[in-house]
Ligand binder design. Structure first.
Ligand SMILES: [Zn+2]
Length: 365
């Protein structure tokens, strides 16, 4: 049973994401990925996804095969290649493997992933999530009650009553409320997300994740809002809140912004961001009216996509906590090495993967 935007959904028996996995051999999940010419952005994201236990189990147990949707934009091809790669990463047979077939498929659907130029791992992740969701969009949503909330209605419009494991794991919903300063009339809209994109504070070498969250969710003044009540342009306050928290919360740190003095190039914010490994508290950011629809949870960090250097000439790695070994590893293309938990937080952190799902029962044989 999974609760989505306040609606309880009974999943088919084959869809139990907590089911135990077959015994794992030593070395599984610690396989590197070859660099196929600036593909470290892709490798970094794939290792983070491969270390998402529920997604890994769904792939290597072949459960995904019962849920492939051939009607959507990528015809089920992306999940097939991602699953094949995750199986290789957890096979334990090779020290490193190449993601050639997956790269070929994603390159077919998105030109920028075809070449040998460095790309943004956040852009890759966002597009990949969208494709994986549509490739698995086969879960029918039971008939709704007659009266549903605005949040539930927006969720149904987004999913078109067809859901997926990817949606259940990674997708949340943001409520945006605009309030007229003159007459206090409020207007709310809802938007689904597969990751939160947070600004970093300017002129701060050291900052904290909750500062970025506060900045993102706190109110912002907007000018010239067409107030439906005053029927004229007014000053208003725009406020964001979470109306649905996903079990896996992905947080992107906006380190890159356009260089105003040099069109087409980017400046990178090098802030050292302090973020918690355990107990990330999201309760303060949940919309009050929707508190029924979301279960407040504290989150544990399990993966980080890191970026070093500049946008044009940078390098990506991943730090992931192995569900198999219960400890952290550094995934640097083909090289995988143990990492002390005290080194997980660094100024290279670019995308953070948090979860509130309990660790899965994996066993090493
Ligand atoms: Zn007004």
């Amino acid at each position: 049973m999974i609760c989505v935007a306040g609606v309880k959904i009974q999943l088919p028996p084959t869809y139990n994401i907590y089911s135990s996995i077959f015994p794992l051999r030593r070395g599984r999940g610690l396989t590197g990925l070859k660099n196929l010419g600036n593909t470290c952005y892709m490798n970094s994201i794939l290792q983070c996804l491969s270390n998402t236990p529920q997604l890994m189990e769904f792939c290597i147990s072949d459960k995904y095969k019962n849920h492939i949707c051939r009607r959507n934009k990528t015809n089920g091809q992306v999940i097939e290649e991602v699953a094949a790669l995750i199986k290789e990463l957890w096979n334990g047979q090779y020290k490193c493997v190449a993601s050639r077939d997956l790269r070929y498929v994603v390159g077919q659907y998105q030109k920028i992933f075809r070449g040998v130029d460095q790309q943004d791992s956040h852009e890759f992740l966002t597009i990949l999530m969208d494709w994986l969701h549509s490739d698995l969009q086969t879960l029918r949503v039971p008939r709704q009650r007659d009266v549903i909330s605005a949040s539930e209605k927006a969720w149904l419009q987004f999913t078109k009553s067809q859901e997926s494991l990817i949606l259940h794991l990674f997708y949340g919903q943001i409520k945006s409320t605009v309030k007229c300063v003159t007459c206090t009339k409020e207007s709310a809209t809802y938007e689904c997300f597969s990751n939160l994109s947070l600004e970093l504070p300017a002129n701060a070498n050291l900052c904290y994740l909750n500062q970025c969250m506060d900045m993102y969710f706190s109110g912002e003044k907007i000018h010239g809002w067409n107030c439906p009540n005053c029927k004229t342009k007014r000053d208003a306050i725009k406020k964001l809140d979470i109306s649905k928290l996903p079990p896996v919360l992905v947080v992107h740190l906006k380190r890159f912004y356009a260089d105003p003095s040099n069109t087409g190039s980017y400046i990178k914010k090098q802030n050292y961001l302090q973020f918690p490994l355990d107990n990330l508290e999201m309760k303060p950011y949940i919309a009050r009216a929707e508190s029924r629809a979301v279960t407040p949870k504290t989150y544990q960090l399990y993966a980080v996509s890191n970026h070093y250097g500049t946008m044009e000439g940078g390098h990506y790695t991943a730090f992931c906590k192995s569900a198999n070994y219960g400890r952290w590893y550094k995934f640097d293309d083909q090289v995988v090495s143990p990492l002390d938990a005290s080194n997980v937080v660094s100024s290279a952190a670019y995308i953070l993967f948090y979860t509130w799902l309990p660790p899965m029962q994996l066993s090493i044989s």
